[in-house]
Design a binder for this molecule. Sequence first.
Ligand SMILES: C[S@@+](CC[C@H](N)C(=O)[O-])C[C@H]1O[C@@H](n2cnc3c(N)ncnc32)[C@H](O)[C@@H]1O
Length: 259
Amino acid sequence: MTSSAFETVTPDPITYLDRVAATDLGRSYKSRMLDELEIRPGQTVLDLGCGPGTDLSTLAEAVTATGTVIGVDHDQDTVDAARDRTAKQSAVTVRLGDVHDLPLPDHTADRARTDRVLQHVADPAQALREVRRVLRPGGRLVMGEPDWSTLTVDHPDSGLSRAYTQYVTDEVVRNARIGSQLARLAAGAGFAVPAVITVTPVFRDAQAADKILGLERTTRRAVAAGYLTEEAARRWLDHLAGGPFLAAVTFYIVVAESS
Ligand SMILES: C[S@@+](CC[C@H](N)C(=O)[O-])C[C@H]1O[C@@H](n2cnc3c(N)ncnc32)[C@H](O)[C@@H]1O
């Protein structure tokens, strides 16, 4: 069940995050999130689950020298990478911390962003309550998360597509449907939710999609978990590798305001 068309070795997490950020999709949704943050010079901006600092420099430019950017991540290697990358930027500090229990005082930030973080956390509602605690009244949070149940990978046997998406939704991502749940969760945490924006990237190139989706690696895991047989997985991957290829998934950008 192997196909030389697809990547078989899992990239390390930082390589993967850099790769996503460098795609047209990554650039475009991150730019839209930045627009929605409406950052002004001098503000204090949080990037929660900041990864290796992917967005910290852009945020630092937006707040200018009079503002402050604080990245928070719970993974030490990731924090180290973010600190290295932003060492020359005096506006930026990076802290080791958990979004469920932020290492920040009440009402000290003007803006916050979470970018593909809440899909992984144990308790998104608690994380949102924490963000609300640290934002000032009138503060703004912009969240970006996919809803993996919307993943479509076209195949002549639509049952295989359904099984693949079911596996990703059930087993691969902890909070796989978080994108479409964000508005409700934010309202539950006491935020107003003035805008919900959807972005649906369409992949027409199997190798480009594979770099984001890990098609063969995920298929192997779906077989091991009993969602696809070996024979079905072979038919699935052969068709994806041979094309024509089409995959799409809906990504939600949700704006929340604290009062
Ligand atoms: C998909 S990555 C996104 C990183 C970055 N926001 C970006 O767009 O490149 C998710 C990040 O969230 C961090 N993370 C996950 N759960 C967390 C938690 N409970 N507290 C803080 N960071 C967390 C991970 O360590 C990882 O760096």
